[in-house]
Design a protein around this ligand. Structure first.
Ligand SMILES: Nc1ncnc2c1ncn2[C@@H]1O[C@H](COP(=O)(O)OP(=O)(O)O)[C@@H](O)[C@H]1O
Ligand SMILES: [Mg+2]
Length: 273
């Protein structure tokens, strides 16, 4: 597993830069261009949401940034400001908690791997367990919890590591509307307290506008940047007020127009296969 390169140059305001980033997957019978010529700059402390049709390369992009996948060509610069901290933490799509560990052990896991002493890691883990509303369940096992609660463990686990950059791949995708709303609120609260550079993949335009400073819209396969929309809605954000604001409705329409064409293309491709 290769880590993305760190750029020591004088980029004061950027956390991530990509230049002509391209990823081609080669299988025995064919090759698939998952990402093509992605040129992106993410500011330090920015919350960037990524939307795009299924199969357009969103997960692949985050996996490359996390160092879990290597690009075929192009450059990725992850600009570390604090070498003491882990560069990235990723919240994966779906359920990725360890079923044999309690909630607290799951949340402490990354700290334990980094050799943080027991007392200190317990304190840090409990802080985020509390923030995610899981205090009562700290000693419970994941099988005793609902899907929404398991997803809270994943989010807490990522924040506990205190990475410079947080990468989240549809973390609330499998949740029902009510739980999603609650977790979006919790995430906003934690994020507004830390100001951590965050990339967040979602299939919900609503969610992208609630959370993001900007929304990156990707094209259907192969994934390219179609547009980047600035979400000029002030923070701190109140989700319910936000949803009823005229600016929210306008941004929603803009993004949907951009996305609609791509989703149609992606569906046509599925039928053609
Ligand atoms: N390990 C892999 N081997 C071959 N093809 C892959 C692999 N991972 C992803 N792909 C292909 O790359 C494209 C982008 O996938 P992905 O990044 O998962 O899209 P998204 O997250 O936007 O749904 C898809 O066509 C997918 O089938
Ligand atoms: Mg995906």
């Amino acid at each position: 597993m290769e880590k993305p390169k760190e750029l020591k140059a004088a980029y004061q305001n950027e956390a991530i830069l990509t230049e002509k980033l391209t990823k081609v997957f080669c299988t025995r019978s064919s090759s698939i261009t998952a990402l093509q010529d992605i040129n992106l700059s993410v500011k330090d402390g920015e919350f960037l949401c990524i939307v795009g049709p299924s199969g357009c390369g969103k997960t692949t992009f985050l996996r490359i940034l996390a160092g879990l996948e290597k690009q075929t060509s192009g450059k990725v610069y992850m600009i570390s400001k604090n070498p003491e901290k882990p560069l990235t933490s990723m919240v994966f799509q779906g359920d990725s908690v360890f079923p044999w560990m309690t909630v607290r052990e799951n949340v402490e896991y990354g700290l334990r791997m980094r050799g943080v002493p027991a007392k200190e890691r317990r304190e840090i883990a409990m802080k985020y367990i509390k923030l995610m509303g899981l205090s009562r369940f700290a000693d419970a096992f994941p099988c005793q919890l609902s899907g929404g609660m398991k997803q809270r463990i994943n989010v807490a686990r990522a924040f506990v590591n205190d990475p410079e950059i947080l990468l989240m791949d549809e973390p609330f995708g499998a949740l029902d509307e009510q739980n999603r709303l609650i977790l979006q609120q919790e995430l906003l609260k934690i994020w507004e307290g830390t100001g951590k550079t965050s990339l967040f993949i979602t299939h919900s335009i609503d969610e992208a506008l609630i959370l993001g400073d900007r929304v990156l819209v990707m094209t259907a396969h192969p994934g390219r940047i179609k547009a980047i929309v600035s979400v000029d809605i002030p923070r701190p954000r109140d989700i319910l007020l936000l949803r009823s604001s005229p600016r929210f409705a306008q941004l929603y329409r803009n993004i949907w127009h951009l996305l609609q064409e791509e989703v149609t293309k992606a569906s046509a491709r599925e039928f053609a296969i």
